[in-house]
Unconditional design. Sequence first.
Lengths: 303, 304
Amino acid sequence: MKTVVFASGKGGTGKTTLTAVAAHLLAPAGRLAVADCDVEASNLPIALSAVTTSSESFSGGAVAVIDPELCHGCGVCLRACRFDAIIRPDRNQASSVFSVDPWLCEGCGACVPKCSYGGSITMHERTAGQVFSGTSAVGPISFGQLGPGEDLSGKLVTEVRTRAKAMAEESGAELLLIDGPPGIGCPVIAAITNTDLLVAVTEPTVSGESDLLRLIALARRLGVSVAVVLNKADLSVSGAGRIRRLVAAEGLDLIGAIPFDPTLARTLDRLAGGASADTLLAEDAPGLLAARDVVAAIAARIG
Amino acid sequence: MAVHGMLPGRRLKIAIASGKGGTGKTFVATNLAVAIARTGTPTALVDCDVEAPNDALFLPPAATEMHAVSVPVASVNPEACTACGDCRDVCAYGALRVLGKSVVVFAELCHGCGRCTDACSTGAMSEVSHRVGEVESGAVPRDFADPGGIQLVTGRLDIGDVKAPNVIKAARRRAEVYSRSVTILDAPPGVACSAVAAVHGAGMLVLVTEPTAFGLHDLDLMVQLGSDLGIPMGVVINRDGAGSADLDRYLADHEIPILARIPFDRSVAEVYAEGGLVLDVHPDAPGWFADIWDGIARLTLEEE
């Protein structure tokens, strides 16, 4: 089985749209599975009108809790914490009790053994997020949702990929398409490592260009092969020229350019609603026509 | 444009965030910073999207200074290590493993809490400084943002590193030094630890969204986070036009005010693509950002 991941560095360049279009165009050709590895803002299930069939909570990490009944207010915990997560007693209140800011606590537990009044600080398990499995018109799908403020996005992405792989193998899929997260940090590293092709979706803006360069550098470091797609290509002639030169200078292939097409979203809605790609292509949807060539180029790249 | 609320000595931190990427956070943050500075308010802009920082492309500082961001990471002296496993037992992150007769550190899992150093009875554990990124800061040229001026701070995560929240916190600490009346925090997309590091402690949360099913889904996640953090929120609807009934209903239900509606306009996207300042090019732009600033002033005054 081959794995193709769509990533971008910059958000909003069209990763999810292109992943969904590629899924619709490739589904009839072979068995397919898809995964949404943007566990902070999971949009592929919406684009594919996925139906969730199972969910599982994903626990990980811990948070310190100070029992106000037992705290004597000595403040040793404050000095033990390196994450500024211990909150001093409110001076305006008569209370001398310390507390923990759960948003800042990283769950290391350093405060627990330091507490002068043993037992007043305890560690509690956190639910980091959820992993979902579902079905869609293009094949099985897995995705995740990280709890607000949690720091285990990389691990959750790995969990989503593990599940997608299992579902793909079960259904005999030959191809796994992954919708990646924006950025170049921890969840992106988890989403693109050990894939056969990274399709970098960029746009002809100064931001798109800068973020693309950082993504390419990351992919190179991880040994992942990259092909570039220029979306909203006609938004800026000079911007498009800069992207083309950048891609050539990096020794990469620009496998396609998709014009700025505000109707592509509606095209997606109709695909998700059951309309066939052939029908829509026959209606001359400009974004879909260009995307078809991109998808053909991707298919050719992975053989 | 109103200057209400910005009395001498008052400090306001405004975070610009969105669950979804590419909704226009950087566009709003950079133009709003200039609009506020032009009212005579000393302003700082902190680019907290340290994985993909772009504010400096639109507001290039004249001269910059650079500071490396480093974090403590556990380190083992194999000569002194007896492989007893005490360090591994206290590590909450699984960053230490006993392999054979020594301990191996998985640096990307280490949070630098110092527990292993405390727990080690032979003195084999210590912490070494490990670079994870950099913070660049400098003043935006005067003619851009007179008379208030803008101090721009950019956090940049090293490629291949995972400690984005540390770089965000370092950038915010750098901005504290400037002690500006208004500090704008341009947050990364998403709702994870990086987003919290960027918006925690802000006095106002400006959520930039677009009127699509995707935008609404991701906005809802961000609204939950903002409510949990107890920060007053307002929404900027970007690329408005194709109809936003669902979004309008959602905002009404959650009693979240709309600060401005920025219409879908290809010329805005074209100016932005070239790194231009939409505020200076589009005739309606000064009005949008004046409305946003007025709304922020109103909401943050209500809170006091």
